[in-house]
Design a protein around this ligand. Sequence first.
Ligand SMILES: [Zn+2]
Length: 198
Amino acid sequence: MRIAFKPNKTGIAILTIMLVIVGYIIFKRRKQIKQMASKTIEFIQNKTWDIITDRRLASLHPQIRKRANEFILRAEKELGIKLRVTSALRTWKEQEKLYAKGRTTKGNVVTNAKPGKSLHNYGLALDVVEIKNGKALWTNPNWSKIAALGKSLGFSWGGDWKSFKDKPHFEMRFGKTLSDLQALYTSGNREGEYVNLA
Ligand SMILES: [Zn+2]
């Protein structure tokens, strides 16, 4: 069977007008289209091996999110280590609940930090662990390599702490003390859970 296509003048005119309109819309919106495309590319490029990690990274303070993302990507690419973020932002409310455990609510005491006393409460800290064959390697000869990479990106490492060595923990405090951060938070100098660091 042969499908005959007979162009007629009206049809061509309508098609031309439609193409011109579509072209005009694309031209008018070219900036938005470009932005959308580059955001999509960025999103794809920043995706880590692990969806749980991606979700937790997104909860971090905007000023450390990129570098934390780079940390996970480079650990895999350069060290062949798959890191999972096990904890990122812990809101004041969540910290309050955690602190109540074993004190005013059931269970064992799990933390000594009251709300605002941990960099996690500001989204300025993340805990990581290597995942190998589906298992989390909390005791790991690779900690020093992981720490070196994290530190090269500007993070402080909990494994360097004198009193209690917290190897999974990396944080960035932008020269602020906990009481500085607490003051910013309680005075409302913040966007949601994220204090204004500038
Ligand atoms: Zn931590």
